[in-house]
Design a protein around this ligand. Structure first.
Ligand code: GAP
Length: 438
């Protein structure tokens, strides 16, 4: 687990191992913008796919959607974002730096101790314009949440997916918010990916489904190996509810800098569908076969952040050892080198396995490459590595969380032939055993 004093080392590790880089680095970077490297992108893809499998493909009552990022601006008017999607902003009267008023310890002073001006509401939506000539173009927005694409398509999906209430629509994609104070690595950025699911229910069943989704989502993180003591549920007080919410519970994580939101589960009532019905003039109600009544469904929304969920997985799984893991100190390594181990769930690890010929010689290399081909044909993401001492190669894989290394060694060979066995070395226990992989 990453503690506050290890945060810098963790960020340096993420860069060194190709997990997450500061974006636009060759131009001096762009504040609070990040890119995912060769390891990070694999993990992010797997986490997204795992969410989709759990929320959509493993259930009969949820279907997917992929809507556009730039929607008709009327969507944001109807959803209340043009007016209400704001944060309170204050300016330091000396440095002219801007801060979120509700994040200041003393509401009259900036973190530099200078007086601040009056609080202004700052809209977080990124504006853009559609059309070749800016003056003639109409204003549009980059979506600040993925769920509005779901609400405006509700009727079409309902009519084409053969679903009945209760059912859900899920969407994953980029959202954009011009955050006043982004920070804490990828925790709060201006461009991020959301994984949202809107579950449409009868109003009298909303409380039941709310409880259900809070528990499902909490267990999703626990099942992924996040330590239970680092997770908690926090109910929003009525005064802190978003403009659309009848009730929200956050799943919070104990970050190195303190407890903070990981995912929010909201009871949005009939707010969004009613607003879109009003503004578009299109009927958003459904017919209940049992009561023979028309009604506008209520919505229970588990809204997660993909970047934030990956950050939590990394923070929770990251471990460092000053002098190497017991019995595993690599004598050839720089003694000042920290040994890092990422004990991340194997479903999210960038590589499913690494294949290593014990030495860089035939026929070990040939057999190792055959094993790589076989594992890849089975759909596994495999890393082949033949350079450096075997201890060092194990360490490299531990650092990026590869759950198992298969070593093709002399026991693999008999009379120049492949016996079909290799040494399987486990990341967490460091145990080595002979396994047959034919
Ligand atoms: N549709 C509801 C909604 O968007 P939210 O609590 O504003 O709710 C949901 O966002 C999740 O999206 C958050 O719990 C967080 O994981 C992620 N998220 C929100 N803003 C973010 C930001 N600026 N950077 C990274 N992730 C963010």
């Amino acid at each position: 687990m990453v503690t506050q004093d290890k945060m810098q080392e963790f960020v340096a590790w993420a860069k060194r191992r190709g997990v997450i880089f500061a974006s636009s680095e060759i131009y001096g970077g762009l504040s609070n913008s990040y890119d995912y490297g060769s390891i990070g992108v694999e993990m992010k893809n797997k986490l997204r796919a795992h969410w989709w499998r759990t929320m959509v493909q493993s259930r009969d009552d949820i279907v997917g959607l992929d809507s556009a990022i730039i929607l008709n601006p009327k969507v944001w008017e109807a959803a209340g974002h043009t007016e209400n999607f704001t944060d309170p902003l204050v300016e330091d009267l000396v440095t002219h730096k801007r801060y979120r008023a509700d994040h200041l310890e003393d509401p009259t002073k900036s973190p530099d101790g200078n007086p601040v001006g009056e609080v202004k509401n700052f809209n977080l939506m990124f504006k853009t314009s559609i059309g070749p000539v800016e003056e003639d173009a109409s204003v549009a927005y980059l979506r600040p949440e993925t769920c509005q694409g779901i609400f405006i398509n509700f009727k079409q999906v309902f009519e084409t997916s053969r679903q009945k209430i209760p059912f859900g629509i899920a969407q994953v994609g980029k959202s954009f918010r011009n955050e006043i104070t982004p920070g804490n690595f990828t925790f709060r950025t201006r461009e991020f990916e959301q994984m949202e699911m809107e579950f449409f229910v009868r109003p009298d069943e909303a409380d039941k489904w709310f409880e259900f989704w809070v528990n499902e989502r909490l267990n999703w993180y626990i099942n992924l190996g996040i330590k239970k003591e680092n997770l908690k549920l926090v109910k929003h007080p009525k005064s802190a509810l978003a403009h659309y919410s009848k009730g929200t519970t956050d799943i919070e994580y104990k970050y190195p800098w303190g407890w903070g939101e990981l995912e929010g589960i909201a009871n949005r009532g009939d707010f969004d569908l009613t607003q879109h019905q009003k503004h578009s003039g299109k009927d958003m109600s459904v017919f209940d076969e049992t009561t023979k009544e028309k009604f506008i469904p209520w919505v229970i929304e588990p809204a997660a952040g993909l970047d934030r969920a990956l950050l939590v997985l990394l923070l929770d799984a990251w471990q460092d050892f000053k002098n190497g893991r017991s019995g595993n100190a690599d004598k050839s390594a720089d003694p000042n080198d920290l040994e890092v181990m990422l004990s991340v769930d194997q479903r999210i690890a960038a590589y499913d396995a690494a294949v290593l010929p014990l030495i860089k010689k035939e026929p070990l290399q040939k057999f190792a490459k055959e094993l790589v081909d076989k594992l890849r044909a089975d759909g596994k993401n495999v890393f082949y590595d033949e350079s450096g001492s075997i201890g060092r190669r194990y360490r490299r894989q531990d650092e990026i969380g590869t759950p198992v290394c298969y070593t093709v060694d002399f026991e693999t060979i008999e009379d120049g032939q492949h016996k079909g066995t290799v040494t399987a070395r486990d990341r967490d226990s460091m145990e080595q055993k002979r396994v047959t992989l034919t």
